[in-house]
Design a protein around this ligand. Sequence first.
Ligand SMILES: NC(=O)C1=CN([C@@H]2O[C@H](COP(=O)(O)OP(=O)(O)OC[C@H]3O[C@@H](n4cnc5c(N)ncnc54)[C@H](O)[C@@H]3O)[C@@H](O)[C@H]2O)C=CC1
Ligand SMILES: O=C(O)[C@@H]1CCC=N1
Length: 268
Amino acid sequence: MTGSASGSRLGVVGLGRMALALLLPLIEAGLVPSAGVSAVVASRASAERLAQAHGLQVGTDPATAWAAPVVLLAVKPQQLEAAAAAAPAGGSGLLISVLAGVTLERLQGLFPGWRCVRAVPNTPSLVRCGLTGLALAPDVRTEEGAWVRRLFDQVGEVHELPETQLDAFLALTSSGPGFVALLAEALADGAVAAGLPRQLAHHLTHRTLAGTAALLEAKALHPGQLKDMVSSPAGTTMAGLRQLERAGVRSALIEAVVAAAERSRELA
Ligand SMILES: NC(=O)C1=CN([C@@H]2O[C@H](COP(=O)(O)OP(=O)(O)OC[C@H]3O[C@@H](n4cnc5c(N)ncnc54)[C@H](O)[C@@H]3O)[C@@H](O)[C@H]2O)C=CC1
Ligand SMILES: O=C(O)[C@@H]1CCC=N1
């Protein structure tokens, strides 16, 4: 383990959407050398496509990825048993799993000898606006822990949490982009229904979401304060808010986050 990500060889088991959202910005920033990455995926066709698209070494032989001192495990939770069965016995490196719900205890059981990190990243990492929750097994070395924190720090913000909080963290930050994207699509549809051209409606939606988040953060506002700031008596915002409350949108969002956290716990 070296002081910087650029000194390490990295094995990647499962080069899908999440692994790419982490790796591509790190490679682009020169923090992980593309020549040092050995990735494996499930099918030869996708290995060839990914190798060509991203200039990475991608194959289907698990041994190539597991030979690295650090392995990023990014298969689906349902693909974990198959991936573990293909890992050679007698490993002794650092394993960083991003699998939803899969606990450190389960990882340690499936990958004996590996020092395990459970990471909960999100797809905005692709544009270096990510959030990552981290829990480290007690045997992870101090310098390895520091290296992992720095790695994820390069693609956004890192939060080290008790492992029991990672399912809720994932529900908000990793599934959250899906919930917000649904809101964005619906808001833009509303703007089109009200008369704006489609492309402009999407652009304005994104700017509204980004501006709202920036204002909440910069002025440390409670969301309720901002809602009240834009709601005049008998005004347009109250007309819209009444519809949202009538439709149960507030409760639906609460239940969406709770359901995602419960599903994460089930996947363990
Ligand atoms: N997509 C997201 O926003 C987030 C995903 N995660 C976690 O990341 C993991 C990956 O998710 P996605 O990237 O969305 O899935 P994906 O389906 O895009 O990627 C999975 C990859 O694993 C490969 N794969 C399947 N079986 C394999 C095996 N036995 N050996 C090697 N490679 C194998 C597939 O070919 C594919 O490249 C999941 O465990 C998910 O819970 C965590 C946080 C956010
Ligand atoms: O739903 C999924 O499979 C992943 C896990 C967290 C966000 N998306």
